[in-house]
Design a binder for this molecule. Structure first.
Ligand code: IPE
Ligand code: IPE
Ligand code: MG
Length: 226
């Protein structure tokens, strides 16, 4: 498969449609989340191949805590298992792994595993993979404002959980929904958006390449005249 002609620095995903994908097959929603992990793997592999520096995934929102308990527990379980499964591939591909969000709401076991994963992959310099977990844009702005006031800082960007990470160049949302659902609010100021009807478990390399081609055709002006 060809490589994209222009490669963004940071591509971010709102992975949506796992539940509908499972329902269409007469299966439990969690089955869709399992298959969704395969899409994450495919996207990561392509991103390494194409030299993308930052890839981020909205995996679980603050609002998603309000889902039925068995789905929430299933997702936490899946997160734990996926981290353990992928550790070797992260290390051999030079991937730095990070998890951002309101992590105080996660179980101590999960938090511990996340810290362990972040520590052992911290020297990965080919790419940074970010999972947004228990995250919402409004929560992020709120916690940043409080911290900034406490420390007497000036730039809110320095206090958001994404401090030091370049804003996304491209945001891809699957499943046909055309909204942000409380994802990055500050950071998407000049991001290009691609919406696709494809459900997340069906989103693989070819579709990713299409989105990058669409991105390459955009004219980013950042408010200036060209
Ligand atoms: C996205 O798929 C994954 C999460 C939000 C955790 P959904 O679970 O939202 O799937 P749909 O939108 O109900 O199909
Ligand atoms: C957005 O998907 C959150 C994640 C992908 C983690 P949702 O399925 O929760 O969003 P809504 O409810 O359709 O807006
Ligand atoms: Mg959804």
């Amino acid at each position: 498969m060809d490589a994209p002609e222009i490669v963004p620095v940071h591509v971010s995903f709102i992975m949506d449609g796992n539940g509908r994908w499972a329902r269409a097959r007469g299966k439990d929603r969690i089955y869709g989340h399992f298959e969704g992990v395969e899409s994450v793997r495919a996207v990561l592999e392509a991103s390494v191949e194409w030299g993308i520096k930052y890839v981020s995934f909205f995996a679980f929102s603050e609002e998603n805590w309000g889902r039925p308990q068995d789905e929430v527990m299933g997702l936490m379980d899946l997160m734990m298992r996926s981290m353990k499964n992928e550790v070797n591939s992260f290390l051999s591909n030079g991937i730095r792994f990070r998890v951002l969000g309101n992590l105080a709401r996660l179980s101590p076991e999960l938090r511990e595993e996340i810290k362990h994963m972040e520590d052992i992959t911290s020297s990965g310099d080919k790419m940074t993979m970010i999972i947004f977990m228990s995250y919402s844009g409004q929560w992020d702005l709120r916690q940043a404002a409080l911290k900034m006031e406490e420390e007497g800082g000036k730039d809110i960007g320095d206090y958001l959980v994404t401090a030091g990470i370049p804003d996304p160049d491209l945001l891809i949302r699957t499943s046909g929904e055309k909204r942000i659902s409380n994802f990055l609010l500050w950071q998407l100021a000049y991001t290009e958006f691609v919406f696709t009807d494809t459900l997340w478990p069906d989103f693989r390399k070819e579709e990713y390449l299409n989105a990058l081609r669409e991105y390459a055709s955009r004219d980013r002006r950042f408010g200036k005249v060209k």
